[in-house]
Design a protein around this ligand. Structure first.
Ligand code: APR
Ligand code: PHB
Length: 389
């Protein structure tokens, strides 16, 4: 088998890249180790920057997002019993769209199926060979049988635990990492969200987030200990803890119900540089992870894919490699800014178990400064709505 670009992974990064290439006439094959149902069952964040929205539209997968996505002009930050609004629209002229990442993945998978572009599910890539040559090969196993595809380019869009980054020879990548001493316990419920916009809460008992998926479906998170088990959190315990952390007016109007999904995720910042080795290019979580506090995971995957798709289209049209050569540095410039923002939001809003009394005072001073300074709010807003591509 042969194709121009093998894409490993059918998360948002792989599927978006596949669509953008497909529409430019570049042949792709997507290989995904899980089933489509499994991929579409994963619950992830749900805030899209305008740049990501535009790309999804450009990929021909924007119809449902346009119909059901919720435009938000700002977010709230709650601290010491008071809610403070950050007005994105007035500070930056921009807004964000609340639309579940799972839905984005579904729309992209549907668009791909509609143009009959090949995807192989339950196909685990086990080897990426000859990436130092112009004819790399990708080996995968499906139903116990091994297959190989020859191609010009391999796009590693296979997430943090994927095979792509691990296939790069020792010593060629430098990794930077920070692990945070807590996780997020998330709960999805079919009830109207407690507030019109997202509410990020810094409380002595720990961080909380009130988010949403639609006017009838809400998503909530609680900062929890890393060793916590989800089974220890009955729905009732979750709701009691959430009520204890959010402001009293919100606690009174919170609508609870049985959880549709409940899970715990650790928080991590991670970047591997460069995002390329020979003919293998990394995009999305394969190259970097952000803690979810700034909702940047999918948005960063989208900007990588914007740069990579432009470079690949140029390469396949002209045979010239300069755009491909510039991909990693260009993507990383934006990646590091989003890493900084996500790290900053995480520091600002969580209670760190080992924080000294001085560090706690610094956090309070920073929040107080943010609430009174238009300049500080503009910094938050500009990053939250997304830096330019
Ligand atoms: N072979 C084939 N597929 C693989 C392999 C492999 N060896 N290893 C991993 N995969 C698949 C995973 O099963 C997963 O479906 O790669 C996909 C990677 O998808 P994501 O983890 O969603 O990564 P990415 O597309 O970069 O995500 C960008 O969206 O889903 C979120 O949390 C994610 O915020 C991030 C953003
Ligand atoms: C979510 O809705 O899941 C969500 C929203 C904002 C975040 C993180 C997650 O910062």
């Amino acid at each position: 088998m042969r194709t121009q670009c093998v894409i490993i992974g059918s998360g948002p990064a792989g599927l978006l890249l596949g669509q953008l290439l497909n529409r430019a006439g570049v042949d792709t094959i997507v290989l995904e180790r899980k089933s489509l149902d499994y991929v579409l069952g994963r619950i992830r964040a749900g805030v899209l920057e305008q740049g990501a929205v535009a790309l999804i539209e450009g990929a021909g997968a924007g119809a449902r997002m346009r119909a059901h996505g919720l435009t938000h002009d700002g977010v709230e930050i709650a601290f010491a019993g008071a809610r403070h609004r950050i007005d994105f629209k007035s500070l930056t002229g921009k807004t964000v769209m609340v639309y579940g990442q799972t839905e984005v993945t579904r729309d992209l998978a549907d668009a791909r199926a509609q143009c009959c572009a090949p995807s192989v599910y339950e196909a685990e890539v086990v080897g990426i060979l000859d990436i130092a040559t112009a004819h790399p090969r990708v080996r995968y196993v499906k139903d116990g049988t091994s297959h190989e595809i020859e191609c010009d380019i391999v796009a590693g869009c296979d997430g943090f635990h994927g095979v792509s980054r691990q296939s790069i020879p020792d010593g060629m990548l430098t990794s930077y990492e920070r692990l945070y001493p807590f996780g997020w316990l998330g709960l999805l419920v079919d009830q109207p969200p407690v507030a019109h916009e997202l509410v990020y809460v810094n409380h002595a008992r720990g961080f909380a987030l009130c988010s949403q998926r639609s006017p009838t479906r809400a998503r909530y998170y609680l900062q929890c200990r890393l060793e916590e088990h989800v089974e220890a959190w009955s729905d009732a315990r979750f709701w009691d803890e959430l009520r204890a952390r959010i402001c009293p007016d919100l606690a009174r109007t919170l609508k609870t119900g049985p959880a549709i999904e409940k899970s715990i995720a650790p928080l991590r910042s991670f970047v591997a540089e460069p995002m390329r080795c020979g003919r293998l290019f990394l995009a999305g979580d394969a190259a970097h992870i952000v803690p979810p506090t700034g909702a940047k995971g999918l948005n960063l995957a989208a900007s990588d894919v914007a740069y990579l798709s432009q470079a690949l289209i140029d390469f396949f049209r002209t045979g010239r490699q300069d755009a491909l050569d510039g991909y990693s540095a260009r993507a990383l410039r934006r990646v590091w800014k989003a890493e900084r923002f996500s790290w900053w939001m995480t520091q600002l809003l969580h209670r760190f178990p080992d924080a000294s009394a001085f560090e706690q005072k610094m956090q309070e001073a920073e929040l107080s400064y943010l609430f009174q300074s238009r300049a500080a709010q503009t910094m938050l807003a500009e990053n939250y709505v997304g830096l330019p591509y």
